[in-house]
Design a protein. Sequence first.
Length: 552
Amino acid sequence: MENQSIKTNYPALYTLITVFFFWGFIAAGNSIFIPFCKHYFNLDQFQSQLIDFAFYTAYYIGALLLFIFGTVKKSDVVSAWGYKRSIVYGLLFSALGAGAMIIAVQANVYAGMLAGLFIVALGFSLQQTAANPFAILLGDPKTGASRVNLGGGINSFGTMIGPILVGFALFGTTASVTDEQIQHMELSKVILLYIGVGLLFLAAAALFFFSKKVPDGISKEPMEKADKALWVLIIMTILLISCFVPVFKTYQVATEGLSEAQLMDLDSYRFKWLIGALLVVLGGIFFSYFSANKKADGWGAMQYPQLVLGMLAIFTYVGVEVAIGSNLGELLKMDSFGGLQSSEIAPYISMYWGSLMIGRWAGAISAFNLDNSKKTLALIVVPIIAFGVILGVNIVSGKDMKPLYYYIVCVILQIVAFFLTKDKPARTLVVFGLFGVSAMLVGLFSTGTVAIYAFLSGGLACSIMWPSIFSLSILGLGKYTSQGSAFLIMMILGGGIIPPIQGKLADIIGIHQSYIVAVICFVYLTLFAVLVKGILKKQGINVDEIETEGAH
């Protein structure tokens, strides 16, 4: 049996890689789905961003429910079920969500489509909680990191190809479709898309369930006490619901006949409640931070300041990564940004998410034992190859990529940034945080191709941040490491709150100016790296001795 556990279980690994692909494919596909739904259902920018709100809030709710169940049972629920069963349950739940999407599309109900996406992402939350440790179980623990990195690379490929496939499903490969044609387009293509997605979920679940070679991955780890942290999270959830309900209610009121000033007042009212939701998260995190500093008992992993600040960093990172991509479609419709049709934005969305793939492929190089000369060569060649893959896939799919050829300049700048990081997580965050701040400022103060390239470079800046934030946040947590990881997964919630805030800000001050949100996010991510390095130094941990392990 020991020899079997050391051998890599390739059938299970390939299935697991498919799951990683789903996360990226569906999430990035939302960036094409958002402008389509906005036009089809006649939504404002905030309403269209509810796609991201539903999708990423589900990650938070899913992780919170697992934490509550674990606290009640005093054992880790996923470990008790086993990683195999947990992933099967997650896939079945996502298939149920795909079914709900199909029903909602047939009924032509936008709220039902949001509910379907929410259920899909609930399944993803369970899958993601189990997938990384499961990948390590599928072979020799010494090579576990390479299997996780492989999954991360496939996830990034999914984020790159997702917009292309969704764009193809909605618009086909014919010449550019006008907004007027889109307005009269049937949603039947969306039904076919989600029938396919649902069947893939079921096929993956069946492969896992019936494979006798896949280990159950069951363990009986006790759940470390964190009653105070649990109550803060529950109160935060109630307050978040209280903030979003008034916003949703305003959309039930007829706005026909209202003056421009009244509409502006309504937008301001909605924006205040959205800012209130952000303050709830910030308030909950900082309350936990200062309370745990005074008395650690009952706070579990939250007694560690690096973890609490890391929760805010993950919240910010996921938020800015999603917000840049999700609002990009609307930005590109502006005359000063090319005045593109909805069907023409797929290559740009694909390049944005592909930019994350470029960085993650380059980041994965550090997981291999290469000598300095080979590593230097790989850091130069791999990002360029990844860029070529993005261009190639889009060209084969019939997209005109000529406007993006010179984006190679931004990729070269990222390569330079990689050499400055020296594989140190804190330094990586500072370098790429400043890269992100600079790119967003260039985008804000320019238009046309320069600004488009700058905003697309947000993907290059975000690409390598997840492993750096994650590793810095859980350093020194000891027996609370697993719980701390669960708290970090909850903060994927940022993808459900920051994009709608930018969307509503766009309704008030304009889509271009709304990217000030991204500037603020990158500033905090840079600040986090500086703060956490000092915190860990006081705990006797030298972060400069720790290397970043590949990409998520």
